[in-house]
Design a protein around this ligand. Structure first.
Ligand code: NIG
Ligand code: FE
Length: 439
């Protein structure tokens, strides 16, 4: 039935939140705004279909609206679903042995020469689309159970036409069949595959040629601009072509050393620049001026145990550059699906406040995916993506680390996790992992 307000379906509400973190703002948060969570004590969210129609105190909301179904969140925090704007979701295999080598002192660069990304490429090329899909479904389930409602997924472990297309098709199928929204990025320039060793220019040419076919399957194009990856000139060429093909731009920059990728992100007006461990202060100003969101990946800095930890995050925040947080979920540099783990790591490594970390993992993360207008905060007109957390104050989510605090997840207005368990109605595929050879 068409409702007079234009929304369809039952009116539903989440009420009595001990803290409702609306997080809302009309742009990415910087400076002092990053410390404001827009908290409403005793808050309620009213939604219809996939959209939020009102937000306020429970008394205000129940005086105006007559919801047909109500979730009572008494004693719990209600907040936007986490947005994870940087992952390498679709891949095969584990590199847990490599992590033990890192613990013993081997560097990421050293491991990159003998295996690293290339090892995952060989496993991923050998895997069928079905097995990749089943493994990624399980990872998405874990993400959803931990409160992530939107995730970006990069290709980049195929590194040839056939296999990059395979990964992008898997990501599309995941988006069509799993409650988590999956946003696709083409990362053909992730590393130079073995068959192009010593012929990097020929591989860059191939990546550019692939754009015709991959562009319809992706929203973003990304590159690894790094001394271990691709030069600034290589990246500029690939990203310029990608833009001509209608793709929006992202870059991995300054991960293992400075190479000018931050400056390139500013020059090209990318949507985001990610990693930033060795970013220059000049690049921070350039990116701020071009509204590039800086995606910080504390799980990588923490997990690799070798890159510097004094990333100028404070300079970014105070200088007016928007920062976001992401897992970078991948088998090599950071293997966690949990944004809650990332919040804790970010606060510990960069001394972010609880509020700064939560804003960076929700609204600013949505802006890092060019989705700030529709997700990442709780406000009328936005999508009803929210989590109910079993803590009465938001700081406990971060301070009480290493556990999953999320009890209920609502995605597009539907309860998809209830009491810490997946609800089956929207999970249309079987969860057989029997054939998947992943650890
Ligand atoms: O974002 N360094 C580039 N890409 C990934 C790591 C991928 C891997 O080690 O498999 C990153 O950290
Ligand atoms: Fe990455």
């Amino acid at each position: 039935m068409e409702m007079k307000n234009g929304y369809q379906g039952d009116v539903k509400a989440v009420i009595n939140a001990s803290e409702l973190l609306t997080v809302h703002a009309t742009g990415p948060k910087t400076g002092d705004a990053l410390s404001d969570l827009g908290i409403i004590r005793g808050g309620a969210v009213v939604f219809q279909g996939a959209s939020i129609i009102d937000v306020g105190t429970t008394d205000e909301m129940l005086a105006v609206h007559k919801p047909q179904s109500i979730i009572d969140a008494a004693g719990q925090v209600v907040m936007p679903g986490f947005v994870d704007p940087h992952t390498h979701l679709v891949h095969m295999g584990s590199r847990h042995e490599e992590y033990e080598c890192k613990i013993a002192g081997r560097s990421y660069a050293d491991l990159h020469k003998v295996g690293g990304i290339r090892y995952t490429v060989s496993m991923t090329r050998a895997a069928s689309a079905e097995d990749l899909y089943q493994k990624a479904l399980r990872d998405l389930d874990i993400m959803l159970l931990h409160g992530t409602t939107t995730v970006e997924a990069k290709s980049g472990y195929g590194l040839d036409r056939e296999n990059e297309l395979k990964l992008l098709h898997v990501a599309r199928r995941l988006n069509e069949t799993h409650p988590v929204e999956v946003i696709s990025t083409f990362l053909g320039a992730h590393t130079v595959p073995d068959e192009f060793k010593e012929r990097k220019a020929a591989y860059v040419a191939l990546v550019r040629q692939m754009l015709d076919e991959v562009a319809p399957l992706a929203e973003f194009c990304d590159v690894w601009c790094d001394p271990l990856g691709f030069s600034v000139d290589d990246c500029r060429q690939i990203l310029s072509d990608a833009r001509q093909h209608g793709l929006k731009l992202k870059l991995h920059v300054e991960q293992t050393a400075w190479s000018g990728g931050g400056e390139l992100a500013g020059e090209m007006g990318a949507v985001s620049a990610d990693h930033l461990d060795f970013v220059s202060l000049d690049a921070i100003s350039q990116m701020r001026d071009k509204k590039v969101v800086g995606v910080i990946l504390p799980g990588v800095t923490y997990h690799l145990m070798e890159f510097k930890k004094d990333i100028p995050v404070k300079e970014m925040i105070d200088g007016g550059m928007a920062i976001a947080l992401a897992t970078d979920y991948n088998p090599g540099s950071c293997r966690t699906q949990s944004m809650q783990a990332i919040l804790e790591t970010a606060c510990r490594l960069y001394r972010l406040t609880y509020a700064q970390a939560i804003n960076a993992a929700t609204l600013n993360a949505a802006y890092a995916l060019d989705r700030g207008d529709s997700i990442g905060s709780l406000a009328p007109g936005k999508r009803a993506d929210m989590v109910i957390v079993d803590c009465s104050e938001h700081g406990v989510i971060i301070n009480n680390f290493g556990i999953n605090h999320v009890r209920t997840v609502i995605k597009d207005g539907e309860v998809v996790v209830l009491d810490g368990h997946l609800e089956g109605s929207r999970l249309r595929q079987s969860r057989s992992m029997a054939k998947v050879q992943s650890a």
